[in-house]
Structure formats: structure tokens, C-alpha cells
Design a protein around this ligand. Structure first.
Ligand code: B12
Length: 395
């Protein structure tokens, strides 16, 4: 594979892989098996990181498989410590050892991708079935291009950007506080970047979205054709305890004789900004890379949130929106936007159904075989208008 070729070419000491989606953890496992097969495991210690991984999965499950060293890095700093240790061991520095693996506790695995069917006859939740069903302004799909940054910039979640992406935090007691850092660094840098994005025309925000007639049946959401026949079907997992929620419950049951409406959307901020971040990375301008990449992904999220607000307005209940943007991020509006791969709808394979319905190629977005959207700064969602629809974990 490309990774192994690059490792050989650059005579790498260690191979590092990053997994953002659960799917990528499966690919990592295959890569380790390939290293075993090619008898390269002894030459290449591997460090793994990323949101989709857990320490247990790497240091227990993958450790059992891989014939070389494989370690988990929670963040870049742990990655650096591991690098130091691995290199010292390799150079034969006296007394050099790798940090010990964490003790095996319960057998933990990453969230499985295999669908677990609920037991037969699992009861529906108590979600109301008499909520009003709004009428959409049109049925089918629409493409919207040329959305200006000023339209969605106010939807940027500064906390997620500054803390989650830029890593702003109080460094030590007595040093500047988070709030001070936001004022002195966060906001000025953000303003600078946004201006640059604007003047260099680096954002190409576009949306494809639509409204589809639908009903539910058990754990299924069934999208309908004009003549009422089935167009496509999503099967969602149901909670095994508590309220026994399932996304299907937020839609009118088939036997009610009524039809409901579901919104679907794919948004992207385009590919130019991804190219710009790649250039910064190539130029070893890591701080700028990290900032711009982090901003670009949060802008994708902001665009998704902005468009969801548009959908609420088109469905006629934007009047219930809270006044403060922070309350928007806390989901204090009617309904919710569920992205595939998250707790209530974990199966990334379902993204193919959204792609088929919305044809995001029309805004330059492709779904890869690993069910990832390209460009990276894109996200899809199922928009549900039911007042009780809020995030939950189904597995
Ligand atoms: C921001 C975000 C987004 C952004 C940007 C994603 C991106 N490409 O960066 C946007 C809005 C675009 C997005 C979209 C999606 N996302 Co998202 N997203 C996140 C979120 C909230 C943060 C990720 C992030 O950027 N973190 C900041 C970076 C710097 O951290 P990091 O990647 O973890 O890396 C650090 C460490 O892990 C470590 N590390 C990472 N790799 C490596 C490698 C080595 C060698 C070392 C040493 C260290 C190391 O070092 C880094 C610095 O400390 C996570 C949840 C979470 N809290 O992690 C979900 C998450 C990754 N997303 C998720 C999902 C499902 C999606 C979507 C599929 C949703 C959808 N249906 O549209 C899409 C996929 C996008 C696509 N193109 O197809 C899931 C993935 C789980 C899964 N089922 O696979 C997550 C885990 C959320 C969740 N809890 O379910 N997402």
C-alpha cells in the first residue's frame, strides 16, 4: 500500500496512522496484517491515534494481532513521548524502555459496525405521535451555491474552535486564563483568518438539501415516492433500555394513515480551503495548518447548523428558535439534525442512501468507498422536526 511504500522510500523509523472514522480503524487493522504478511512488522513500530480509536482497541486487540510494537497516542504529545522512547530503544540507548501497556481490564472494543438487531417485538418508545406535521415549501431536492461567509459565520461555535481545534487553554496557574487567551489570541487570529478567506475567495459554500414524504414502521424510516410506494428505507437501532428510543419513532407510523416529512442535507465549504491547508502542511507551517484546518472543519459544521436553521424556517417553526447562538448549539430549538455515524444512527453505510437521494456530486462532493465525503469539510444529516427529537445513543 501507499503507506508502506512511503515508509520504505523515506526510511521511516515509525509508522503513524490516524483514524477519524470507525471505518478507518478497520483499515488500520488490515494494514497491520499486511505488515505482518510482508514480514515488515519487526522493522516498523506503529503509533495509532484519532477520534475513532480507543486505547483498549489498540493496546489489547491490535497488540495481539501485530507482530511488531503497536501503541496508542491519545494526543500529539503522547505521540512525541512514544517516538522518543521508540527511537531510544532502536538506537540501543542503555536503559531505554517503552512505556508499559495499560493493564488489561474488561475487554473493550471500539463501537462495532455490525448491526445488532433488537430483540423480536421490541416495544416502541413513548414518543408522541400527535405532533403537528409541517408542510415543506417543495418536495424533492434543491442545490444552493454561492452561500456567503457572512451568512453563516455567526453560526461558528467558538468554543469548539478555540478549545477543540486550536487547543487554547490555561497553561499554568497564574498564567493567562482561557477567557484572556480568547481575547488576546483566539479572536484576533480568527478575525485575521476570516478576512483572508474572504479576500482570497477560498470558501465555496454549497448545500444540497431536500424534503421527502415518509412514514415509519417499527425501527424503519420509509421514504416514499409520489405514488406512496417505497423509495428507500433506513433501519435505525433502538435503545435496549430506558425510553427505548429509535429515530423511526419521530415519524408518523405507517398505520396512522398519515404521511410525515423528513429533511436531508449535505453541506460543504468546498475544496479550495482543503488545498490551502495541504499547502501549509507541505510548507511545514504547522501552526497555520492546524489553525486553518481546524477553522475549515468548524466552518463546515457552522454551515450545517445555518442550513438546519433555514430548514426550520422553511418548515414554519423558526419562531421557536432561541435568541442566543449558544442555545442553538445546546439544541434548544425544535427538532434536531442527526449526522450518520453518531450515536442514534451509527451506520455509516447509510450515507450511501443520502448520497443517492441528494446527488451531492452536484456541489462537488463525492462519497468514498470508506463512506467518507470528499472534500473532507463536508457533512450530511437527517433533519427531524419532531419536538422530542434530541440526541441519544442507541447502542
Ligand atoms: C470536528 C469534527 C468533524 C468536522 C471535521 C472532521 C475532520 N476531518 O477533522 C466535520 C464537521 C467536517 C465532521 C464531519 C463528520 N464527522 Co465528525 N467529528 C468531529 C469531532 C467533533 C472532532 C474531531 C476533531 O477535529 N478533533 C480535533 C483533532 C485535532 O483531534 P483528533 O483528530 O482526535 O486528533 C488528536 C488525537 O486523536 C491525536 N491523534 C490523531 N491521530 C493521530 C495519529 C498519531 C500517529 C498520533 C501520534 C496522534 C494522533 O492527536 C491529535 C491532537 O491531539 C469528532 C468527535 C471528537 N470529539 O473527536 C467527530 C467525529 C470524528 N465525527 C464523526 C462522524 C460520524 C462524522 C461524519 C461521518 C458525520 C456525517 N454523517 O456527516 C462526518 C464525516 C466527514 C466526511 N468528510 O465524511 C464521528 C466518527 C465516528 C464514526 N462513526 O466513525 C466522531 C468520532 C464523533 C462521534 N462521537 O461519533 N466531523
Amino acid at each position: 500500500s501507499a503507506i508502506l511504500e512511503a515508509a520504505e522510500e523515506h526510511r521511516a523509523d515509525v509508522i503513524g496512522m490516524s483514524g477519524l472514522l470507525v471505518k478507518s480503524t478497520v483499515i488500520m487493522k488490515e494494514n497491520l496484517e499486511e505488515l505482518n504478511q510482508r514480514q515488515m512488522a519487526a522493522d516498523y513500530p506503529v503509533i495509532l491515534g484519532g477520534a475513532a480509536l480507543t486505547r483498549a482497541y489498540v493496546e489489547q486487540d491490535l497488540h495481539e494481532i501485530y507482530e511488531g510494537e503497536v501503541r496508542y497516542a491519545r494526543d500529539a504529545f503522547e505521540g512525541l513521548r512514544l517516538m522518543d522512547a521508540l527511537i531510544s530503544v532502536k538506537r540501543g540507548v542503555p536503559g531505554a524502555v517503552l512505556p508499559e501497556l495499560k493493564q488489561r481490564r474488561v475487554k473493550a472494543r471500539p463501537r462495532t459496525e455490525v448491526e445488532e438487531r433488537p430483540e423480536e417485538g421490541a416495544a416502541r418508545s413513548d414518543v408522541a405521535v400527535d405532533n403537528p406535521v409541517p408542510t415543506p415549501p417543495f418536495w424533492g431536492t434543491r442545490v444552493v451555491k454561492g452561500i456567503q461567509l457572512k451568512e453563516y459565520a455567526s453560526w461558528l461555535d467558538e468554543g469548539a474552535l478555540f478549545k477543540g481545534q486550536w487547543g487554547l487553554k490555561e497553561a499554568r496557574k497564574g498564567g493567562p486564563s482561557y477567557e484572556e487567551l480568547v481575547e488576546s489570541e483566539g479572536r484576533p487570529r480568527l478575525r485575521g483568518w476570516l478576512e483572508q478567506l474572504h479576500t482570497q475567495n477560498m470558501l465555496e459554500a454549497a448545500v444540497v438539501y431536500g424534503y421527502f414524504p415518509c412514514v415509519s414502521k417499527g425501527d424503519d424510516l420509509i421514504l416514499l415516492n409520489d405514488d406512496g410506494s417505497e423509495r428507500t428505507r433506513f433501519t435505525f437501532p433502538r435503545q435496549r433500555r430506558g425510553r427505548r428510543l429509535c429515530l423511526a419513532d419521530f415519524f408518523r407510523p405507517e398505520d396512522s394513515g398519515e404521511t410525515d416529512v423528513v429533511g436531508l442535507q449535505v453541506v460543504t465549504v468546498g475544496s479550495k480551503i482543503g488545498e490551502a491547508t495541504a499547502e501549509l502542511f507541505e510548507a511545514n507551517a504547522y501552526r497555520d495548518y492546524l489553525e486553518l484546518h481546524g477553522l475549515s472543519v468548524q466552518l463546515a459544521e457552522a454551515l450545517a447548523e445555518y442550513w438546519h436553521a433555514r430548514v426550520r424556517s422553511e418548515l414554519g417553526f423558526a419562531g421557536e428558535d432561541p435568541a442566543e447562538v449558544e442555545d442553538m448549539f445546546a439544541l434548544k430549538y425544535r427538532g434536531a439534525r442527526f449526522s450518520l455515524g453518531y450515536g442514534a444512527c451509527p451506520d455509516l453505510e447509510d450515507r450511501a442512501k443520502i448520497a443517492e437521494l441528494l446527488e451531492p456530486e452536484r456541489i462537488g462532493v463525492q462519497l468514498s468507498e470508506e463512506f467518507q465525503l470528499h472534500p473532507e469539510q463536508s457533512t450530511d444529516a437527517i433533519v427531524i422536526h419532531h419536538p422530542e427529537a434530541k440526541y441519544f445513543n442507541a447502542r
